[in-house]
Design a binder for this molecule. Structure first.
Ligand code: HEM
Length: 449
């Protein structure tokens, strides 16, 4: 390990890792939620336990909430924001300086995800229009075409054998769409996916040194590629969001090169890292709940609602966090300035106060669109309309092309905690003999709430 990377790891993950592991052994629920491998597989009983303990639960680590109204209030309140460097405790701040220039992770400034206004407003304004509902709706035919092409390739090459739905479809669909939209080379989509998987790890706390090193190397490689691509775009302007970002930078929009690259990397990686989970989680849920698939076959107008239910039931982003910027109150609970609240989006989405019988997967659920899967407030997901469209088109096309699609084993959960999805889903494309009563379609323990 290089000395500086070692210091960066200790400050950002090593110290937290030791503390959380100690607290976890002592039974602290918040710490178990962050690092316990069994809870990663099935966090929902833990969310229920926390919700039963209170609206805002103080654990050794932070304040946590799995209540829908509390999470919503925190996300929308101007009294809460992201943690700035000058709010980091002194000794850690010193460590951060000694660790040298950090790589541009999605969870450190200047990432749009973690900056407060006015920077946040400035960054977001640059890209809002490209992701507005009308622009995204116009992409429908192209996304349908991409989905059909990928399904053709799968059908031609793998009619008999098992197929990994993640590597062949759930990852390639959003990676192709976002690469085209940004004006990045589609031929590099597998490389982007590889770098994105490394970057995705950085969202979790308490990483091992090995994972931390991977995130740094992958993000650095993506950043280098991005800088080269900007130079290319300058020489030969082309369509796409990246070109307009470069133009904004060159026309004196007061963006530094790091800010420019950070926005571009976030758009690229967020564009597929989360939607892979929506497609993968959705495909597995529908294979395990054939009765729900039957509802969609009979009433295809329900597909948009089904996507909301998938987002609610198995949220691709399980949590986020906010720091109280001043003494305040949330949902009747006093909160001191500097308190960190872990907003459990996946827990809020199973809150029985909003979603009756919350552990039941029901594509006809009328209140499914109350889910907080895309967060709320000023950081509400910029790509929500795109993700919803990709989810609907992608899943609908998959089950239309392969009506007998069935699991051939237990899908493999990816190792991330903030992001919840699968990194491998082995399926059989045609299986007339396999019915809803066979073993792989049975409910998985993690779905029994
Ligand atoms: C199912 C798919 C997706 C889910 C569940 C999801 C979820 C989220 C969530 C929860 C946040 C806010 C986090 C917070 O409040 O701290 C967020 C922000 C963001 N998402 Fe998504 N996302 C998805 C797809 C996309 C796509 C396709 C893009 C396309 C570029 C995208 C780009 C972004 C960006 C740029 C932000 C930062 C917005 C800001 O800070 O103002 N996301 N997303």
């Amino acid at each position: 390990m290089t000395l500086r990377r070692g210091i960066r790891w200790v400050v950002r993950h090593g110290l937290v890792r030791r503390t959380v592991q100690r607290q976890m052994r002592a039974g602290d629920l918040g710490s178990r939620l962050m690092m316990d491998p069994t809870i990663r597989e099935n966090p929902f009983p833990c969310y229920d336990e926390l919700r039963a303990q209170g609206r805002l639960v103080r654990t050794d680590l932070a304040l946590l909430s799995a209540h829908h109204d509390v999470c919503l209030a925190v996300l929308r309140s101007p009294d809460f924001g992201q943690m700035c460097l000058d709010q980091v405790p002194g000794i850690l701040r010193l460590g951060m300086r000694l660790g040298g220039h950090p790589v541009l992770t999605p969870i450190e400034p200047p990432s749009m995800l973690v900056v407060n206004p006015p920077e946040h407003t400035r960054y977001r304004k640059l890209v809002t229009r490209a992701f507005c509902a009308r622009t995204i709706a116009a992409m429908r035919p192209r996304i349908e075409q991409i989905a059909e092409d990928l399904l053709d390739e799968i059908a031609q090459s793998s009619a008999d054998g098992p197929v990994d739905l993640v590597s062949r479809y759930a990852s390639l669909l959003p990676a192709t769409v976002i690469a085209e939209m940004l004006g990045a080379p589609v031929a590099m989509r597998r490389q982007f996916l590889d770098w994105g998987a490394g970057a995705a790890l950085s969202l979790d706390i308490g990483l091992s040194y090995r994972d931390f090193r991977r995130t740094e190397l992958d993000i650095t490689a993506l950043h280098r590629w991005m800088l080269g691509h900007f130079a290319d775009v300058r020489r030969t302007p082309r369509d796409g969001v990246l070109s307009s970002l470069v133009a904004a930078h060159d026309q004196g929009d007061q963006l530094t090169l790091d800010e420019l690259s950070s926005i571009a990397m976030l758009l690229l990686a967020a564009g597929f890292e989360t939607t892979i989970n929506l497609l993968g989680n959705g495909a597995v849920l529908l294979m395990r709940h054939p009765d729900q698939l039957d509802v969609l076959r009979a009433q295809p107008q329900r597909w948009a609602g089904a996507v909301e239910e998938i987002l609610r039931y198995d949220s691709p982003v399980q949590r986020t966090g906010r720091l109280a910027q001043r003494d305040t109150e949330v949902a009747g609970c006093p909160v001191k300035a500097g308190s960190f609240i872990v907003v459990l989006l996946g827990g809020a989405n199973r809150d029985p106060a909003v979603f009756p019988d919350p552990h039941r997967f029901d594509v006809t659920r009328p209140e499914a669109d109350q889910n907080l899967a895309f967060s709320s407030g000023i950081h509400y997901c910029i790509g929500a309309a795109l993700a919803r469209l990709e989810g609907e088109i992608g899943l609908r096309a998959l089950f239309r092309r392969f009506p007998d699609l069935a699991l051939t084993g237990t899908p493999h959960r990816r190792p991330t905690r903030v992001l919840r999805g699968y990194d491998a889903i082995s399926v059989r494309l045609t299986s007339p003999a396999l019915t809803a009563t066979s073993a792989p379609s049975a409910l998985h323990p993690s779905e029994q709430g």
